[in-house]
Write a protein that binds this ligand. Sequence first.
Ligand code: SAM
Length: 286
Amino acid sequence: MKIQRSFDEERPTLYLVSTPIGNLADMTYRAITVLKDVDTVFAEDTRTSKILLDHYGVSTPLQSFHAYNEDDKAASVLKTLRHGKSVALVSDAGTPLISDPGARLVQVVLEEDFPVVPLPGASAALSALIVSGMQPHPYLFFGFLPQKSGARQKVLKDFKHTSHTLIFYESPHRLKKTLADMRTVFGNRNVTIARELTKKFEEILRLRLDEIENLPDLKGEMVIVVEGASADEAFTQSDLVEHVQTVIDDGESEMEAIKKVARLRKLKKNTVYMAFKQHKSQDDQE
Ligand code: SAM
């Protein structure tokens, strides 16, 4: 066991600093202080982050940190930490690591026993969730779905039976196709589209999936929040069996499918196993 007491630390530290998702005023005082105090700020796009840093009078040097150069950049973060200097990671917008680079960096920094400290702030996913009008928890944040319809539907099928509220990031040009796939897989459910959050044209659209033909063309950044499966959908035995069968049809072994369904529905593996076996033995007798 390793225990990090963030506010007693004297070792150089990696700070994960959240930044606004569109509204500059959503910066926290603590974020500004930390960005001023560290030796280097690693940023996804240094030009984007420079605008923010200039706005708040932060003159700390910036270095780029992209998903494609994460391993190389992780090495230079480690080098800075080993020289006794703290660093910050920011993404273009919102909370670093959340559909943004940084997860690998956190792993390697922890492996070398340097502290990692989170600075909370804006998050498109959580803002959309709390404004959706849907049950705020349990929720399941997925991020970006696959771009091709077949692969997208396959992922959506995994969540068809979960009662968790579902959160997805999506680009405007794929929105309608993704909603159509959701209607195919989930049937008719409530959906909230939270667009341009915190910005001048912020818009929250609440609709049912059978209304998507009436949806205007939407631009900008957006989050899709989908109502979870109803109690009936989530827990009837035939759905459970159908769910296991869908996962098997998608290429998993029977045992893996049972484990996966149990995990997704927060059920005991044995409950899913018994339901599936009982159904199979009925089928065999017929
Ligand atoms: N790290 C960010 C966060 O904490 O929310 C997310 C980064 S991800 C690369 C960008 C996606 O987040 C966008 O395509 C969109 O789905 C969502 N997003 C970011 N800013 C948004 C905003 N202002 N309004 C709605 N969605 C937003």
